[in-house]
Ligand binder design. Structure first.
Ligand SMILES: Nc1ncnc2c1ncn2[C@@H]1O[C@H](COP(=O)(O)OP(=O)(O)OP(=O)(O)O)[C@@H](O)[C@H]1O
Length: 224
C-alpha cells in the first residue's frame, strides 16, 4: 500500500526499422522514501523505461501505477497534469531557461499547475532555494551561475510542486566529483528527511552503491 510507483509486466516494442522487443516483462515497485538507482550497459533500455515510468510514453504493454492509481490508459491531458503534480525531473542537462532568473525558473512548474497564487508560488520557490542553500542566487539570471549551482536549481524546480517521486536521468552525468557528491547528498537527504522517493538512472557505480537499492538491467530485462 506504501508504493509510490509500481510497474507491472511492462513490455515495449519499437516497430521501426524492424520489430524490436526493447523492454521485457519489467516488474518492480518503489516505496515511499526509497532511493533507488537503475544501472545497466548502454542500450539495455534504461531511458526507454524511464520515459514510460514518467508517463511521457504511453505506447507500451502492462500497467503503471502512481500512488496506487492506475495511470495506464489515461488521456494525455490527465497524464500531463499527473506528471506535473506528482513527478519531479532532474536530467543530465538542467534545461533551465537562461534568460529567466533563478527564482522564475524554479516557479515555472507551479505556474503551469496553476493551483496557487503567484505570491504563494514565489514563497514556495524561495523555501526550496533555502532548502538547497542557494537562496542567494534567486535574482541572478540562470545563465550566470555555475554548473553545480544549475543542477541544484534544477532540483529546486523539481521539488516545487511537492512531488511524490523524483526521477533522474544521469543527474550527475555532467558534473565533477565534488558536485556529484553534493547532488547525491541532497537526494539522500530528501529521501531520509522528507520521505521522498527517488528513482535515478546512473552509470556511476559509486553513486548507485550508496542508494537503498540497485535495479540492474540487461538486454531489456531486470536481472537483479
Ligand atoms: N525510437 C527508437 N526506435 C528504435 N529503437 C530505439 C528507439 N529508441 C531507442 N532505441 C533502441 O532501444 C534500445 C534501448 O535504448 P535506451 O536509450 O533505452 O538505452 P539506455 O539503456 O538508456 O542507453 P544509454 O545508457 O546509452 O542511455 C537501444 O538499442 C536503442 O538503440
Amino acid at each position: 500500500m506504501n508504493n509510490v510507483l509500481e510497474a507491472r509486466h511492462i513490455n515495449k516494442y519499437f516497430k521501426k526499422p524492424t520489430l524490436y522487443h526493447v523492454l521485457k516483462d519489467i516488474n518492480f515497485e518503489i516505496k515511499k522514501g526509497e532511493f533507488v538507482s537503475i544501472m545497466g550497459k548502454s542500450g539495455c533500455g534504461k531511458s526507454t523505461l524511464l520515459y514510460i515510468l514518467s508517463t511521457m510514453d504511453t505506447d507500451y504493454e502492462g500497467e503503471l501505477l502512481l500512488n496506487n492509481e492506475l495511470i495506464t490508459g489515461q488521456d494525455r491531458d490527465y497524464l500531463s497534469h499527473i506528471r506535473n503534480k506528482h513527478i519531479g525531473f532532474v536530467f543530465q542537462f538542467h534545461y533551465l531557461l537562461s534568460e529567466f532568473s533563478v527564482l522564475e525558473n524554479v516557479m515555472l512548474p507551479a505556474k503551469k499547475l496553476a493551483e496557487k497564487s503567484e505570491q504563494e508560488i514565489k514563497q514556495d520557490a524561495i523555501e526550496k532555494l533555502k532548502m538547497l542553500n542557494i537562496e542567494h542566487l534567486a535574482n541572478k539570471r540562470a545563465s550566470n551561475v555555475s554548473g553545480g549551482e544549475k543542477q541544484r536549481i534544477a532540483i529546486a524546480r523539481a521539488l516545487i510542486n511537492n512531488p511524490s517521486i523524483i526521477m533522474g536521468d544521469e543527474p550527475t552525468g555532467n558534473l565533477d566529483s565534488y558536485n556529484s557528491e553534493n547532488v547525491f547528498n541532497i537526494f539522500k537527504q530528501l529521501s531520509a528527511d522528507h520521505n521522498l522517493s527517488l528513482l535515478v538512472v546512473t552509470h556511476d557505480e559509486d553513486f548507485a552503491k550508496r542508494t537503498n537499492r540497485i535495479i540492474t538491467m540487461e538486454d531489456g530485462r531486470i536481472i537483479s
